[in-house]
Design a protein around this ligand. Structure first.
Ligand code: NAD
Length: 353
């Protein structure tokens, strides 16, 4: 059969390399900007000030209140800071939370963004923004939100603790795994997904043994870029829906939830599309679900939802919420199957396939 697909590229520049973050000033100039507001979480404020100092006259200071799930109240504070400082662009230094704040400001102002990722979440190459207000998380997709420049510098990820490196990488791998069977998949995205998974497969065990191995850190960041590109280009399905439900309704931590659910959701869908998930089995061994489960154990990831504080009594409601509002998935979704999958994930049981 002739191939049939649509491919739309995303306009942004990616700079990759050890020490690449030294070129942020030049990128600010190339964007035609002169006053960059640096963004971080409180935890990375010292790194943010250090970066602001290296920018010299190009710095409009630091806003260091970025928080998980992009609370609108924090964005509003940051908007005041933008107005007071006269910033004409943003430099987000950090993980998905800091990138999210930069995107939220860009959504409201269209200010250009330079992102310097320090985790493997992959948000920096997607036009997707999740925001929370009054306890509710909503997600939007808008080209305005896509950062103009992304600078991947492996040296900045050396300090990412091993446990966060592992969960963050498994979070990124979930984007790639679901991209393999996306309804709107295309050949380029499938190549990026398989290569992203391969990069994580080779990098993570090395990082666990030697967290300051620069080559492995670079390989994981390369994997993060590819996995993020998959998320930004094609639609997600069951896995992302369940993780969104668990995070939104039961407040489970973002990356850890993805890490635990991944073998179960991919194992569930492997029954319907084994051929599309064959790259996962080729890379991790076994079947798609068991290969991912064994890999997660090998790199020391937590594998049971009960470890995240979710109670067994919550599983019925989680299954109900995860099967509401029909959405596309390669395997039909019904309550009993999802409830059983959640039970396995809660107990940390190895998936059947
Ligand atoms: P994070 O950004 O919340 O970071 C967690 C903590 O680790 C923070 O305190 C941060 O400052 C710290 N940290 C980050 N890098 C570090 C480093 N190198 N060394 C030491 N500490 C470091 O975590 P995350 O998992 O990257 O991001 C999660 C958020 O990203 C969620 O809100 C999620 O919804 C969002 N996300 C969005 C997309 C998208 O496309 N919109 C994609 C993936 C994730």
């Amino acid at each position: 059969m002739t191939r049939s697909f649509t491919y739309r590229g995303m306009p942004h520049e990616v700079v990759f390399g050890d020490g690449a973050s030294a070129g942020i000033g030049e990128r600010i100039d190339a964007l035609g900007c002169s006053r960059a507001l640096v963004l971080t979480t409180p935890h990375q404020a010292d790194d943010g000030w250090a970066l602001a100092r290296t920018l010299g006259d190009r710095s409009a200071g630091l806003f260091s209140e970025a928080a998980m799930h992009t609370p609108v109240s924090v964005t509003e504070q940051a908007m005041e800071h933008v107005a007071e400082t006269g910033a004409d662009c943003l430099v987000a230094l950090g993980g998905g939370s800091t990138t999210g704040l930069g995107k939220a400001i860009a959504y409201r102002t269209d200010l250009p963004q330079i992102v310097v990722p320090t985790t493997y979440a992959g948000s920096e190459v997607t036009p997707i923004l999740g925001q929370t207000e009054h306890g509710r998380k909503t997600t939007l997709k808008d080209p305005k939100v896509l950062p103009e420049v992304v600078i991947y510098d492996p040296a900045l990820t050396l300090g990412l603790p091993v446990s966060m490196s592992v969960t963050s990488a498994l979070n990124a791998m979930a984007h790639a795994a679901e991209g393999l069977y996306a309804q709107d998949r295309n050949p380029i995205v499938s190549i990026m997904a398989a290569e992203g998974l391969r990069a994580m497969r080779s990098a993570l065990p090395v990082i666990v043994d030697a967290p300051d191995d620069r080559a492995a850190r670079g390989e994981a960041l390369y994997g993060a870029w590819l996995c993020g590109m998959v998320l930004g280009t094609v639609g997600m399905a069951l896995h992302h829906k369940i993780c969104h439900t668990l995070g939104g309704s039961f407040d489970t931590p973002h990356a850890e939830t993805h890490a635990i659910m991944l073998p179960h959701t991919i194992g569930f869908n492997a029954e319907a599309v084994p051929e599309l998930l064959q790259p996962v089995a080729d890379i991790f061994g076994g079947t798609p679900g068991t290969g991912l489960f064994d890999f997660a154990g090998h790199v020391g990831a937590s594998r049971a939802l009960k470890d995240l504080g979710l109670s067994e009594a919550d599983l019925d409601r989680a299954a109900e919420l995860s099967t509401q509002n029909a959405y596309w998935n390669p395997r039909p979704i019904e309550h009993a199957g999802i409830r059983a999958l959640l039970q396995d994930a809660w107990e940390g049981r190895r998936p059947a396939r």
